[in-house]
Ligand binder design. Structure first.
Ligand SMILES: Nc1nc2c(ncn2[C@@H]2O[C@H](COP(=O)(O)OP(=O)(O)OP(=O)(O)O)[C@@H](O)[C@H]2O)c(=O)[nH]1
Ligand SMILES: [Mg+2]
Length: 460
């Protein structure tokens, strides 16, 4: 935290503007050394949040680039440290040169997410909001973005903090009694405590009700398209993507590697995976592809099981049916433009599957809106829409902490009912308080912080 950090904050490549960002005690001193303003003023004399025209210069006053520079005082900056942003031209060489110049003058390269980590450690945002920043950057659909923006607003943080403070109050009362063991907690007080803890549990359960939706918006639904070779998996993958992404040929066994792309259906991000057709194969490359298909099926949240309606059901279809039967499933009966050999009415019974069947033709683009609708509705029955404006739990980490807090309060309740001693009650309460603190960051371990901030890009 005492180091001054620097990073290129924009994607490195050719572009209109590239931004190099410095944060820390030495930010202004370094800027003074490398920047020549057109008004002969030094950055350390600038007002906060104002752009200044000038040049970045290296030793001997040689100009590196023509830039706009701004300083941000610690009290008002993102990291709550003195910060400098340099808007330069975006080219790989010029950005690297400026970066190295700043490092040479006393800064070190920032780690992924280190700017946001400092914003958290310096108390500008809590951990839940820091995760929201990541959510905004990674949002794949508008709905996901709206949810992340809501999260950044900190509404839910405030709720969680309120619940936590309520529990802290109870804990104080209980611990006061541990110190004076000769006095039992009066039963009126115990009733009040019981009621307060139950209220807290109820509020946690309310937040958990929508947790799944938030997580889905954030992570997306991993959707594997699987089936035997040549049934039209890559064709439908391309159509849903509206892009000619995967190779389609009449040769069975065309797709070898899995390909993943994200699509937006009704605001829900679906991470669509095209897989190699599954069959018995002796060809090494194809065999490896099939192993990958099987892994995709295992990991998937949703399976689009594709079957070619123009040929009889075969042994390969049956084997795949066995593998996917416990998954969330949609059967896609393709090639309905050709004479049909399969009866959709008997298909589920025949394959011993429980699933919706959608009949389509990928080549004639028939029934595709129905397929998209069925996919979208397979998740949460469209409920995501209603609550996207609210702040939601957005990661498994947050959900697990809430579940643990809830369980601790269940134990607390049972403890009171069983008339356990204050010491026992205090342990359960502490657990609940700590778990809530993990979400907002009051009690998050270094390990949790490391896991969160390592998912950021460098420069954020
Ligand atoms: N008539 C007809 N042909 C189709 C339809 N969908 C796909 N095809 C054709 O079927 C062949 C195989 O299509 P792909 O999309 O490559 O099939 P795949 O399931 O990805 O095949 P593998 O990658 O080999 O597993 C191609 O010649 C497509 O043009 C359809 O709805 N009707
Ligand atoms: Mg394919």
């Amino acid at each position: 935290m005492s180091d001054t950090i620097v990073a290129i904050s924009t994607p490195v490549g050719e572009g209109g503007i590239g931004i190099v960002r410095i944060s820390g005690k030495k930010a202004f001193v370094i800027a003074d050394k490398i920047f020549r303003s057109s008004q002969q003023k030094k950055p350390s004399q600038f007002e906060t949040h104002k752009l200044h025209y000038g040049h970045v210069v290296e030793a001997g006053g040689i100009r590196v680039d023509e830039v706009l520079l701004s300083v941000m005082f610690a009290s008002q900056s993102y990291t709550r440290e003195d910060s400098v942003e340099i808007n330069c031209h975006s080219g790989i060489v010029v950005l690297r040169k400026i970066l190295n110049l700043i490092i040479k003058n006393g800064a070190r390269l920032a780690e992924p997410g280190e700017f946001t980590k400092r914003a958290f450690l310096n108390g500008r945002i809590d951990l839940y909001q820091a995760e929201a920043v990541l959510g905004i950057i990674q949002a794949k659909t508008e709905l996901a973005l709206r949810s992340a923006i809501g999260q950044l607003g900190g509404h839910l943080s405030a709720k969680i903090r309120e619940i936590r403070e309520g529990l802290l109050d109870i804990r104080t009362q209980i611990e006061a009694n541990i110190d004076f063991p000769e006095e039992d907690i009066p039963s009126v007080c115990l009733k009040k405590i019981f009621k307060k803890a139950e209220e807290a549990r109820f509020r946690i359960e309310k937040i958990l009700e929508n947790a799944e939706q938030g997580i889905v918006l954030r992570k997306g639904i991993l959707t594997a398209i699987c089936g035997k070779p040549n049934v039209g998996k890559s064709s439908i993958f391309n159509i849903l993507l509206r892009k000619d992404r995967a190779i389609v040929t009449p040769v069975a066994g065309t797709t070898r590697d899995t390909i993943e792309e994200t699509i937006d259906l009704k605001g829900i991000p679906f991470r669509l995976v095209d897989t190699a057709g599954i069959r018995k194969s002796k060809i090494l490359v194809e065999k490896e592809g099939i192993v990958r298909s099987q892994n995709s099926i295992r990991e998937a949240d949703l399976i689009l099981f594709m079957i070619d309606g123009s040929v009889e059901i075969g042994e390969e279809d049956r084997e795949i049916a066995c593998v996917v039967k416990d998954k969330e499933l949609i059967i896609v009966l393709n090639k309905i433009d050709l004479p049909q050999k399969i009866s959709p009415q008997r298909l589920c019974q025949d394959l011993d599957l429980k699933a919706k069947i959608v009949r389509i033709s990928a080549s004639e683009e028939e029934n595709l809106p129905l397929l998209e609708k069925t996919i979208a509705e397979s998740v949460l029955q469209g409920a995501v829409h209603n609550s996207a404006g609210e702040a939601l739990i957005s990661s498994l980490r947050q959900k697990e902490s809430l579940l643990k807090a809830k369980q601790a309060l269940v134990n607390f309740k049972q403890g009171i009912e069983k008339k356990l001693s204050e010491e026992f009650l205090a342990v359960d309460l502490k657990e609940a308080i700590d778990c809530l603190g993990e979400i907002t960051g009051e009690t998050a371990s270094d390990d949790i912080l490391e896991r969160i901030f390592s998912r950021f890009c460098i420069g954020k």
